[in-house]
Design a protein around this ligand. Structure first.
Ligand code: DC
Length: 221
């Protein structure tokens, strides 16, 4: 079974999905992290698309959810911190807009989720990757709120960035993610809209967990 949360950067979907997964003891899949690992491969190829695709074919991208944290690996080496750098953030939307990269990541995700109950977060999971997902959420919040959340997150990681830089990066990514021709960020018709601008974290987690629990109990009866 797969439950998806799509939404723009900083809407709280990743941290919410992670907390829901830990609470319900299901698996968590951060699709943005996989695009970020692919972006690391792109940076390692000196931003040359030919070399990048050769390198990507030879690479192994893997992940697991353990102790409440999503761990991402490139060729068996953990890159969970590296993929959160500003350099990766600055290039990820461009790399993720490439249809071949999207196919690579989508194939990887579809294969993995066959084996367990997953909650996954991304941009196009409900529309393009998992159109038959058991439950779909679309999480939004205003730009100011999202920038502040992301800024607090990167600050706790000791990174030297300003709120303005984070806000500009999110606004830029919103535009690229929403306007790309290949599977843009878009609410699926059957997704539940969750506006987190005025919700606190516990409320977001409780709202989504309850919907999943309701579905699981309906399926049992
Ligand atoms: O969730 P995130 O901010 O870590 O995602 C990083 C980038 O990956 C985001 O700017 C767009 C891209 N992405 C995507 O195109 N499709 C997804 N399903 C998830 C992320």
């Amino acid at each position: 079974m797969i439950v998806v949360i799509d939404g723009p950067a900083g809407s709280g979907k990743s941290s919410t999905a992670k907390a829901v997964a830990a609470q319900l003891q299901i698996q968590f899949l951060d699709s943005g992290a996989l695009y970020r690992v692919a972006t690391l491969v792109y940076l390692n190829s000196d931003k040359n698309y030919d070399t990048f695709f050769d390198l990507l074919e030879e690479s192994k991208i893997s992940f697991h959810f353990k102790d409440g944290k999503f761990h991402a690996f490139l060729n068996n080496e953990e890159v969970s911190d590296e993929i959160r750098s500003m350099e990766v953030s600055e290039h990820v939307s461009e790399v993720a807009s490439n249809p071949d990269v999207r196919k690579y990541v989508n194939d990887l995700m579809r294969e993995v989720v066959k084996s367990d109950i997953y909650i996954a977060d991304g941009r196009d999971l409900g529309t393009a990757v998992f159109p038959d997902a058991a439950l779909k959420f679309f999480m939004v919040a205003d730009l100011e709120t999202r920038a502040k959340r992301r800024y607090e997150e990167v600050k706790t990681q000791g990174k030297n960035v300003t709120l303005q830089e984070v806000k500009a990066n999110i606004a830029q990514r919103d535009a690229t993610d929403s306007n790309r021709s290949s599977d843009p960020l878009k609410q699926a018709d059957d997704a539940i809209l969750v506006d987190t601008s005025d919700m606190n974290f516990d409320e977001q987690v409780a709202f989504i967990s309850q919907k999943i629990e309701q579905l699981i109990s309906q399926q049992k009866t």
